[in-house]
Write a protein that binds this ligand. Structure first.
Ligand code: GLU
Length: 374
């Protein structure tokens, strides 16, 4: 991979596996973290936006509580996550703070990325943090996650986050330096694969089961995550984090496996929206709003003249111009009963109308697909 290649990926998710972050006694590996923070500062100086998805809470918490991970039950693991997460995020804050970088903790459950209404909330918060130049440190909310309701592994969580924020690149850092035809630790014949254009069942078979004792993700979960991310238009990179300055090494063309994106993030999002079958309502727009949409703006409440149908926040709605022509569709940021109240209002009037400070847009431009005008 050339320097130019990483340069092309502006918004990056960096996923850190537990094995990198904790030592054999499940204590935070501060030297490693300081090295990573230097790398993050390096990427930001090169113009990248960085979001971190970090594992390690459960492992660190097991050290705090003095429990054996393999013999612990769910409640104990949840308690460990609670105790470990606070140390984990504090350690990041400390390491990044040395470079004057602010960190923010974001804990997610699957509903936050899988349910459209909630995904709009997560997206809004993460975008704001990036706007303020703060690095989100994201983990699964293990304290409330149960076996039935969890991402299961942070590779998948990272891929979902990549999808939500339309990231250009997902870097999965762990103790493996790439994808091989078989597990290189068990099979001397294993061949390294530097790039994958399209992930097939055959690739998944090569990946086998879970690898390390700490993290739940082996190569198989990395491939599954890469499938989600590449489908969402995000290039996925599997690389070793167990070397000095791993992200700088990547930028300099270091060893890794690159899974190509199937489209750009914007094209993938539009395709996803266009394929949404259930449209729950209709918004009629004035001519000014229709023109603003065509030039790439979001739909503001002021541009709505009529709200038709019953829909909830996150539901798909049709956008119709003053001439009755369908312009496109998008995800509503307000439910229909609220949309009726704020239609025609300027954004600063929303609070007065609704009694709370809502969002400024009715349909965000990233949540909208416009049809070609005939
Ligand atoms: N969320 C877990 C933790 O922070 C890790 C999950 C994983 O290893 O993928 O401990």
């Amino acid at each position: 991979m050339s320097t130019l290649f990483l340069n092309d990926l502006r918004r990056l998710i960096v996923k850190i596996g537990s094995t990198l972050l904790v030592d054999n006694a499940n204590r935070i590996n501060r030297d490693w973290l300081n090295d990573l923070a230097e790398d993050v500062a390096f990427l930001r100086a090169a113009g990248h936006q960085v979001l971190i998805v970090s594992s390690g809470a459960v492992a660190i918490g097991s050290h705090v509580l003095g429990i054996n991970l393999r013999r612990s039950r769910l409640e104990e693991l949840q308690a460990a996550a609670a105790a470990g997460q606070v140390q984990l995020v504090h350690a990041y804050q400390d390491a990044l703070g040395r470079h004057d970088i602010n960190a923010a903790q974001v804990l997610l459950t699957p509903d936050d990325t899988e349910v459209r209404r909630r995904f709009l909330n997560v997206r809004g918060t993460l975008e704001k943090l990036l706007e303020h130049d703060v690095i989100p440190i994201i983990n699964e909310n293990d304290t409330v996650a149960t076996d039935e309701l969890r991402y299961g592994d942070n590779d998948r969580l990272a891929a979902r986050v990549a999808q939500v924020v339309m990231a250009d690149g997902l870097i999965l850092l762990s103790d493996v330096d790439g994808f091989y035809t078989a597990d290189p630790r068990a099979d001397a014949e294993a061949q390294f694969i530097g790039s994958v254009d399209y992930i097939t069942e055959e690739h998944l078979e090569m990946a086998g089961g879970s690898g390390s004792s700490l993290g739940s993700g082996g190569m198989r979960t990395k491939l599954q995550a890469a499938r989600i991310a590449t489908h969402a238009g995000c290039v996925t990179i599997v690389a070793s984090g167990a070397i000095e300055r791993p992200l700088r090494a990547l930028a300099n063309g270091g060893k890794c496996t690159v899974f190509a994106a199937e489209a750009t993030p914007a094209a993938a999002r539009k395709q996803w929206l266009a394929g949404m079958l259930a449209v729950c309502g209709e918004l009629r727009l004035d001519a000014g709003a229709a023109a603003a949409l065509e030039s790439g703006s979001s739909l503001l409440p002021v541009g709505m003249t009529e709200v038709i149908g019953h829909f909830r926040r996150g539901d798909a709605v049709t956008l119709v111009g003053a001439d009755g022509q369908e312009l496109g569709r998008g995800l509503a940021a307000y439910a229909s009963d609220e949309a009726i109240v704020i239609k025609g209002c300027r954004s600063e009037q929303i609070e007065g109308k609704l009694g709370y400070r809502g969002r400024s847009v009715m349909v965000h431009r990233d949540d909208m697909v416009l049809f070609d005008r005939k």
